[in-house]
Design a protein around this ligand. Structure first.
Ligand SMILES: [Zn+2]
Ligand SMILES: [Zn+2]
Length: 1249
């Protein structure tokens, strides 16, 4: 099978009409036989043709042709020959279409399936001594139609003119003509009418002689040499040319004056145009006559008087050629007049040439051309697909676009995708032809070992694309067979290990529907899962397409209830409340869950009870003086941190508790001018937000009045705070905020309107860097799961969708909750007595994909404190009335007042400074790569940024820095702790310590302070920027010296060590050489004596250099710190520190909060609140597996008492006999503790911004 692209007949004709053998070299290719270069869409299309190429104007030479007869179809005897001749360049073209190979190929194009011939170049016939490839000899190219049913073979022969340049010069050069005149005068001095011949005369006479020779008539067969006209026209120096044309010189009447005559050529009789040789004298003479006619025509009219051979009426050959090639009336697309015009003036887009087509092809013919190219040249099918894709768009053809989509859905990829696939496997697609399938598969396998399992499926897809592009069954098989392990199968189906068989079935259906090509792989994946789980139900499903009823075993029970670690003690109370929620979720099989619970309870119930009995716990502090803990309701520890923090902010807490005074009226009229995050707010939004505030109020009330040391936040509260945040970010951002890239809930579809949640990228991850490096969504998800560098104000908005559903479910749930407790409660679900939490298996509900709890978990996994806080602020602001309206229409309220800064960016370009002020709810910082002080970290954020802006017009220098216009009384600083690590191909948490001062002076970041004017402060900042610049230079040098990255490892060693190592190697070499010295060493290593010593000395110097850098670096750092040391007008005190321990993929959050009144720090770790006795816990970082700060809160020193209050307790008297039996969180009856102290409005005077 041919692996060359071809050309449809019309395309080939177009190429014939411009193929010019004379300029083949300049064209860089033979435009007739070589496939056109692949077009690079990033570059402007190149001219397909060299400008000088002749646009041939072929005229038919009827005598030499065998033309098709209109209306007669070719059969096995048919051979067409169109002999023609270009009026411009005088090249001859013979086009022979031969249908004689008719035995099997008996359906010549055009036919139904093959509306056009599609010619593949076969070979050049070099039988005629054309071995040198000289452009002055004829060239013959053979083509074959690619249809297996079409017998057409095509020979294209281009012959240079018979009359060479030297012949033309002989006949037309005036100097030669003058010489001939002089000679004639000498030879025949008697005659006086000698006149110089005109250049046209030679053509004219020769043409006459040759025509006479073809039609010999008596008396016209000879020309006396001394004929006057002959003498002045040809003289004696044209002999060779004449002989070459078959003239013969003879002496007549010998002895009798010896008259010398030229006899005309005597060509053979006319014969079959096919069998006669190109070089038969008749053909040569015919050709020369044609050439002479054209030469005569090209003479100026003034020269042509009296010329005999003026009548020349050639017929253009194009129609004959088109008829011979079966494309006289191919189907063309309808074009507008403008399109027709530009089609005439411009070359077709190179993609047309790529498909072997022309711009005027109808869509159907274009598709045909595409299918032929792919059919004959699969290796380049991605390119042809790209051509088709682009042309479909360019033509705005829905038919083509549909076809393109269909092809894409069948796995056809374009060149870009293939290039990406190759490069993702570390190969260059340009070498594709050199790479064997084995090499590619080998590369793929070695790549698999280097990457995380999460990236594996992506890598397989890349291999699949390459396999498709190469049409390599081997590679495709490798790509699909790749699912071999249980983990791979799960990952291919986007499943978590805990997910039940039903969900395996669901994902199978989803995946198989994605693409038919996936189906086999999906089957294989399910087979593997069925084997691994030993699931009869999945096997049933594979066999019958349906699943039988589940038979519960203890394994299934664990999985359904999300318990992974079976050695842990199970807190059945927790499990039970989990169950209640689970069973109410619409997609869960309540019976099944109950069955699982019962089974587990039977197995483990007693043990759990015993375990709990042994660990009684008494409250460590009197309830009245100690804050309550918040139970973890499902990976929401950071939510608890946030709630605890908010509770300690006194004006905020009082606002929540007295919310009725702040409540926004939820009517369209009232909301008309309300702007939160610069967006309007809908009635729905406000209602949802208020629902959240009511939940929060309920929690705060419980936190004050609960007769226990912990409370349980309602899942509704958690859901509104968390889910809403994720949902909200899909809804829009404040203007000027970078749009979060992919934060929609990923499409596993939905069931009854409830989304099925898949991995969701974090809306606030630095998408740009992540994308540049190309980590996949799984890695992104990892980024999400711990913490994120949340954007800023207003990014979170209320989501309306999803919440409606959620609310309905809540209502249903509320209804059924009590019933469930009464009816379904298994026998004694013994509530464990108070004590340290027995670490119940947290209801990790991964197996329950389609329920609220899971939704909550899924959202919770990829949010962090900063983000939740941001969302809560947004909710609060939507729920409350504005206390004022700012200039830009934005609502001003307690949240702005307490937390929002105004930060101005001063950007200077070409000496012009622009100020741009934005509101921010926190300051985002990066820890950097070493332990640093908070000032240093903040300094970086407020550093001078210099950049060169290069545009097409000019290069400009810009500088930029920020200052704080307005400081809020409560300043939150968040720390961006996750970075992408290119070496590890994943996200990594930076654990560098940030040393936090208890008092932070913010003077240096302001515009001016009480003691320093703006100018004075800026001067100091500039001095510091300068120092920092020098510092960076020194540090860069130090890094060069100390951190040489070894290739492909994460090891870093110093340059000195590298040189030392090299010196050792040199020693080793010399030693080896010495040992071998008794042998004849033919190729001794040229090692300079003492080389290794020199190297060691150099290493020593390098080490010294690096050491020497440490001192100036330290000095500069100190200097930098000291610049602002005296600025103490704006002191802030550390009030809270958000803490995370764990990795990029998971961990635990807690918060330290300072109680200014009692001057103690407390640690709020979910349901346990303890006093921090060793402040090192907060301020010093552990060496191993350290907990790290992810955010800190500073409060204006003068206001700490007004603004914060850590303890606010008024516990209700517990019922005497049932001290801890009530689940304080989920069930507590608020009305029962009606003696809540209602606090009045906010008694604070703060500057409005
Ligand atoms: Zn030409
Ligand atoms: Zn054909």
């Amino acid at each position: 099978m041919s692996s060359r692209p071809g050309k449809t007949a019309p395309r080939l004709i177009q190429d014939i009409l411009t193929y010019d053998p004379r300029y083949e070299e300049r064209a860089g290719r033979n435009i007739l036989t070589d496939p056109p270069p692949h077009h690079d869409p990033t570059k402007p299309p190149e001219r397909a043709l060299p400008i000088r190429n002749c646009r041939h104007s072929f005229m038919t030479k009827h005598d030499q042709s065998l033309l098709p007869v209109p209306g007669v179809f070719p059969d096995q005897k048919t051979v067409y020959k169109v002999a023609s001749f270009c009026q411009n360049c005088r090249f001859h073209l013979d086009l022979v279409v031969d249908f004689s190979d008719y035995e099997i190929r008996n359906s010549p194009c055009p036919s139904k399936d093959y509306p056009l011939h599609h010619f593949i170049y076969q070979a050049e016939d070099v039988s005629e001594g054309n071995m040198l490839g000289n452009s002055n000899v004829p060239k013959t190219y053979r083509f074959q139609c690619s249809s297996t049913k079409c017998p057409a073979e095509l020979r294209i022969r281009m012959r240079p003119p018979r009359l060479k340049d030297e012949h033309i010069r002989l006949m037309t050069d005036r100097i030669l003509l003058r010489k001939r005149l002089e000679s004639a005068k000498i030879l025949d001095p008697g005659r006086t009418d000698h006149r110089m011949a005109r250049p046209v005369d030679g053509y004219d006479f020769l043409s006459t002689y040759l025509k006479d020779s073809l039609n010999p008539t008596r008396g016209k067969s000879r020309v006396p040499l001394l004929n006057r006209k002959f003498l002045v026209t040809f003289g004696r120096d044209c002999d060779e040319m004449l002989r070459g044309l078959g003239f013969s010189r003879e002496i007549e009447n010998p002895g009798n004056g010896d008259e010398i005559c030229w006899h005309l050529p005597k060509p053979p009789a006319p014969s079959d145009p096919l069998s006669s040789s190109d070089d038969s004298l008749r053909t040569v003479i015919q050709d020369v006559i044609e050439e002479l006619s054209v030469l005569i025509l090209s003479m100026p009219d003034s020269e042509k008087q009296g010329v005999r051979n003026m009548t020349y009426q050639p017929k253009p050959s194009q129609t004959e050629i088109e008829r011979a090639l079966g494309c006289l009336d191919y189907s063309k697309r309808s074009m507008t007049r403008a399109e027709v015009k530009s089609a005439k003036e411009e070359e077709d887009h190179p993609y047309y040439a790529g498909l072997g087509a022309l711009g005027d092809f109808s869509d159907e013919l274009l598709l045909f051309a595409y299918s032929r190219q792919v059919g004959t040249d699969v290796a380049n099918s991605p390119y042809y697909f790209e051509c088709l894709q682009d042309l479909a768009i360019g033509r705005k053809s829905s038919m083509l676009e549909e076809k393109v989509q269909m092809l894409a859905s069948q796995g056809q990829t374009n060149r870009k995708e293939v290039a990406k696939a190759y490069s993702s496997l570390g190969m260059d697609h340009k070498h594709a032809e050199l790479l064997s399938d084995e090499i590619i598969i080998g590369q793929f396998k070695s790549r698999l070992q280097d990457i995380s399992p999460a990236l594996e499926e992506d890598t397989r897809n890349m291999l699949r694309i390459i396999g498709q592009a190469r049409q390599s069954q081997r590679i495709l098989q490798e790509a699909s067979n790749a699912i071999e392990t249980y983990e791979q199968a799960l990952s291919w189906l986007d499943l978590d290990p805990g997910q039940p068989d039903e969900f395996v079935q669901t994902m199978f259906t989803v995946k198989a529907a994605d693409s038919p090509a996936n189906r086999d792989i999906a089957v294989k994946a399910v087979e593997i899962i069925a084997e691994s789980r030993n699931s009869a139900r999945l096997r049933d499903f594979l066999r019958t397409g349906a699943m039988g009823a589940p038979e519960m075993d203890i394994e299934e029970a664990y999985r359904l209830l999300g318990i992974k670690n079976r050695s842990e003690t199970i807190d059945f109370a927790v499990l039970e409340s989990f169950l209640v929620v689970q069973k109410d979720a619409p997609y869960n099989d309540a019976d099944q869950l109950q069955q699982a619970y019962d089974l587990l309870y039977k197995e483990r119930g007693k043990e759990s009870y015993d375990a709990n009995v042994e660990k009684p716990r008494a409250p460590s502090h009197p309830l009245e003086i100690w804050p309550v803990g918040c139970e973890n309701i499902g990976n929401t520890c950071y939510l608890n941190s946030v709630l605890q923090f908010l509770f300690t902010i006194r004006p905020l807490r009082e606002m929540i508790l007295n919310f009725d005074d702040f409540r926004q009226e939820p009517t369209p009229e009232a909301l008309e001018s309300k702007r939160v995050g610069r967006s309007t707010v809908s009635v729905e939004k406000v209602k949802t937000a208020q629902e959240f505030v009511f939940e929060l109020r309920k929690l705060f009330q419980m936190m004050i009045t609960a007769p226990s040391d912990k409370v349980r936040p309602d899942i509704n509260l958690a859901f509104l705070a968390l889910f809403n945040a994720a949902n909200a970010t899909t809804k829009g951002n404040a203007p000027g905020q970078p749009a979060p890239e992919t934060n929609t809930i990923k499409g596993l579809g939905d069931i009854n309107g409830m989304p099925l949640l898949g991995p969701m990228p974090n809306p606030f991850v630095d998408n740009k860097s992540v994308n540049e490096i190309g980590i996949d969504s799984t890695a992104k998800e990892q980024v999400d799961s711990v913490l994120s560098d949340a954007g800023s104000l207003g990014a979170a908005k209320l989501g309306e969708e999803g919440l409606g559903d959620w609310k309905e479910q809540q209502l249903l749930q509320e209804d059924s909750k009590t019933q469930k407790f009464e009816q379904d409660k298994p026998d004694p679900p013994s509530r464990p007595p108070p004590g340290p939490p027995p670490v119940p298996p947290r209801p990790k509900t991964t197996q329950q994909s389609n329920n609220n709890m899971h939704a909550l978990e899924a959202v919770a996994r990829q949010q962090d404190a900063a983000e939740v806080l941001q969302n809560i602020f947004d909710l609060l602001r939507c729920a409350m009335r504005p206390s004022a309206t700012m200039d830009d229409g934005e609502q001003f309220d307690l949240i702005n007042e307490l937390f929002y800064s105004q930060i101005t960016t001063a950007r200077t370009i070409d000496g012009v400074t622009n100020l741009n002020t934005a509101v921010q709810d926190f300051i985002l910082t990066s820890p950097g790569d070493r332990n640093r002080h908070l000032y240093t970290v903040l300094d970086d954020e407020f550093d001078l940024v210099e950049e060169d802006i290069t545009t097409a017009q000019c290069k400009r220098h810009s500088t930029k820095y920020e200052f704080i216009d307005h400081l809020p009384p409560i300043l939150m600083i968040n720390v961006r702790r996750l970075i992408y690590d290119a070496n590890a191909k994943g996200t990594r948490k930076i654990e560098c310590h940030i040393a936090m001062p208890e008092t932070l002076y913010l003077d240096r970041y302001l515009h001016h302070t009480n003691s320093l004017s703006a100018v004075e402060l800026l001067e100091r900042r500039m001095a510091q920027w300068d120092i920092k610049k020098r510092l960076r230079q020194l540090q860069r040098r130090k890094t060069e010296l100390e951190d040489v990255e070894l290739d492909k490892t994460e090891l870093k060693i110093s340059l000195a060590d590298v040189v030392d190592g090299a010196a050792d190697y040199v020693d080793e070499l010399q030693k080896t050489e010495a040992e071998d010295s008794d042998l004849v060493n033919l190729d001794p290593l040229p090692i300079e004596p003492g080389l290794s010593e020199q190297m060691r000395l150099r290493a020593h110097h390098l080490r010294k250099d690096a050491e020497l850098l440490s001192e100036p670096i330290r000095e500069l750092e100190e200097e930098s710190m000291s610049i602002f040391a005296d600025l103490k007008d704006h002191p802030y005190l550390l009030q809270a520190v958000f803490i995370h321990r764990g990795t990029a993929t998971g961990g635990h959050y807690w918060i330290y909060i300072h109680d200014f009144k009692n001057n103690i720090w407390r640690k709020y770790n979910d349901d346990v609140v303890t006093e921090v006795t060793d402040l090192a816990d907060i301020f010093t970082q552990e060496e191993v597996y350290p907990a790290t700060s992810t955010g800190m809160v500073y409060v204006r020193k003068d206001d700490v008492m007004k603004l914060t209050e850590a303890v606010k307790r008024n516990p209700a008297k517990p019922p005497p006999d049932d001290v801890e039996m009530k689940d304080a969180g989920s069930d507590v009856d608020v009305e029962e503790y009606a003696n809540i102290e209602i606090l009045n409005g906010v008694d604070l005077k703060m500057d409005a911004p």
